[in-house]
Design a protein around this ligand. Structure first.
Ligand code: M6R
Length: 601
């Protein structure tokens, strides 16, 4: 997730761009840049690091520029966080900033290189600058329209040309907001950046393209027809606006999951071939010779690892062992093991140390992380990025579901390369996987009834979460969320384990969240706890006709494959814990004693 901004008007362009960029820093930053019109030229200043440092460089240059400019704060997804990869990207007299992923950038890059364009960066975004330059003959909106016709993927862009008096912007599957000022207009990825300047905003819709001058904003729809701007008056304060109107970052991040999952999958799926493209840097022969996978992780990422323990054997044919990083004993590693470190931050000390130990065994190391340029990426042989944008709430939410989806992609990729999974079997999983973001949205749309149920049980002093197979790690995750943010003692258990001890703790009214979207055996576990007085809140699939007879409360979820229903159930346990914590008035985004990133052993 990156942030883009633009300004056109008589104000001090540089100051306005830097101020609005800083207000988007919560979207992540590893590099930033601005392009500002100065006479007949465009001045570009960009660098890796914080926006404040970049502003200093700009001031030292004498704050050049007037009338209009564009800016970008980057959270790397393609190419490492360096000065060259920072936006804006330039081609001739064109400057662009881009947020999103251009899926067909490799093909476009090849054809533009043949046409004589020289690429400076490793980013997918640079192809847009060259494409627009290729089509530009004095009409910037026409050039942008033609370039976007060639592009597959998601984008929010702002474009300047040295010889054009306008800023052009467009969006598809990436947010973009226009701010309407007095003899000035603004652009940003999100509303909070604009609130000090204006409260009249226009949310650009998918497929729309707009032309901004200081006096006017012209918006064309996907068919090229002009239409009046739909102006919205914002009455939130800045703090609420940064959270997009949500009361906490955690809730915002829970709601970002459909988009996050789309980004995780973007450009990686070949439904037709039933295959997945992941740049693992391992040749097919080595993949065929693998004998096992060993996963190392902590906390929520460890739960993602446990999910893989159920998934990989049936999809890739490889057995999996999962180790808590802090307990990892490297002597267990045998040759032909693929070691996978899962860490959203890429900085968890326990995970890094365990991976260093694993490295001494001469095995292949792979990381799954959300943070480009993080320490883990320098330690391992290859990395898969989950691409879900920065997560600010201490409780991991969207990064966890993106890890689950990444592991499904990895399992298919390994299974196909090893000849364990047929194209038809791969295709079946992938078709259903493509529906997943929409199914997650359906679960989010039921938030009000989940809230009502959570508030009903909010005064309980102890919770149980139970599940089996793919859903067992989700039970652990639900219990962890409840402990972390609501400060209520919770136990996550495999359904079959209850009778081996924990049943003794079940008394009248103990809430048991039974994650039961598939499998019959969990129903026996529900009956066991009901017989001891528990109140069962069951998560069940839409077509489960029996569950109402045995559970006290049922939360229905769309029907899908078992491994994908784990993702849907995760969203429910996240919302459930969130609403319990909210009812209790806990500081959800910053729970006591916890840090987002644990850099001590
Ligand atoms: O950044 P990592 O994924 O390596 O972090 C591991 C754990 O510290 C983390 O998942 C922690 O358990 C979360 N706060 C859970 O919500």
């Amino acid at each position: 997730m990156c942030g883009i901004v633009a300004y056109i008007g008589d104000g001090e362009v540089g100051s306005i761009l830097f101020d609005t960029l800083k207000r988007l820093e919560y979207r992540g930053y590893d590099s930033a840049g601005v392009a500002i019109k100065s006479g007949d030229e465009i001045v570009v200043v960009k660098a890796a690091g914080k926006i404040g440092n970049l502003e200093k460089v700009y001031r030292e240059m004498g704050s050049p520029g007037e009338s209009m400019g564009i800016g970008h704060t980057r959270w790397a997804t393609h190419g490492s966080p360096t000065d060259i990869n920072a936006h804006p990207h330039i081609s001739g007299e064109i400057a662009i900033v881009h947020n999103g992923i251009i899926e067909n950038y490799l093909e476009l890059r090849e054809s533009l290189t043949e046409k004589g364009f020289e690429f400076q960066s490793e980013t997918d975004s640079e192809v847009l600058a060259h494409l627009i330059n290729y089509f530009y003959q004095g009409d910037l909106i026409m050039a942008v329209t033609r370039a976007l016709d060639e592009v597959e993927g998601s984008y929010a862009i702002a474009v300047l040309a040295a010889s054009s008096p306008y800023i052009i912007c467009a969006r598809k599957d990436s947010p973009l907001v226009i701010g309407l000022g007095k003899l000035a207009n603004y652009l940003a990825s999100d509303v909070p950046a604009l609130l000090p300047y204006t409260r009249d905003i226009v949310r650009l819709k998918d497929g729309e393209i707009a032309k901004l001058s200081k006096e006017t904003v012209e918006i064309k729809n996907r068919f090229g027809e002009l239409h009046p701007a739909d102006v919205e008056r914002i009455d939130w304060n800045i703090d609420a606006a940064e959270k997009g109107g949500y009361s906490h970052f955690m809730l915002k991040e829970i709601h970002e999951q459909p988009r996050a999952l789309r980004e995780t999958m973007a450009g990686r799926i070949s439904e037709f071939g039933g295959d997945v493209r992941l740049d693992l840097g391992i040749d097919d022969e080595e993949i065929r010779n693998l004998e096992r996978v060993s996963i190392i992780a902590c906390g929520t990422s460890y739960h993602a690892g446990l999910f893989a323990k159920y998934l990989l054997p049936i999809v890739s044919g490889l057995p999996v062992e999962v180790e808590l990083a802090s307990e990892f004993q490297h002597l267990q590693l045998r040759p032909r093991t693929l070691v996978v470190g899962i860490t959203q931050s890429g900085e968890t000390a326990d995970t890094l140390l365990a991976l260093k130990k694993a490295k001494m065994c001469n095995v292949r190391l792979l990381a799954i992380t959300n943070v480009v340029g993080s320490t883990v990426t320098n330690l391992v042989d290859s990395t898969i990025f989950t691409r879900c944008g920065p997560e600010i709430g201490v409780a991991a939410t969207k990064t966890f579901t993106s890890q689950l989806v990444t592991l499904i992609l990895l399992a298919i990729c390994l299974g196909r390369a090893r000849g364990f999974l047929t194209p038809e079997q791969g295709r079946k999983i992938l078709i259903e996987l493509s529906r997943l973001p929409a199914l997650v949205q359906k679960v989010l749309d039921r938030r009000d009834s989940i809230k009502e149920i959570a508030e009903l049980y909010a005064d309980s002093s102890c919770y149980f979460f139970i599940g089996r197979e793919f859903l067992y790690p989700i039970a652990l995750e639900g219990a962890l969320k409840m402990k972390e943010i609501a400060y209520i003692h919770s136990e996550g258990y495999a359904g079959g384990e209850l009778k081996h001890g924990p049943l003794a703790l079940i008394t009248d009214f103990t809430p048991v969240v039974a994650i039961a979207t598939f499998g019959r055996k969990i129903q026996s576990n529900i009956k066991e706890v009901r017989a001891r007085g528990a109140e069962v809140i069951a998560l069940a699939s839409e077509n489960d006709a029996d569950i109402d007879k045995i559970a006290n409360v049922v939360i229905r979820l769309p029907d899908t494959r078992p491994e994908l229903s784990a993702v849907l159930c995760t969203v429910v346990v996240q919302l459930f814990s969130y609403y319990v914590a909210h009812k209790l008035g806990q500081p959800i985004d910053k729970p006591r004693n916890l840090a987002k990133c644990v850099t001590v052993e």
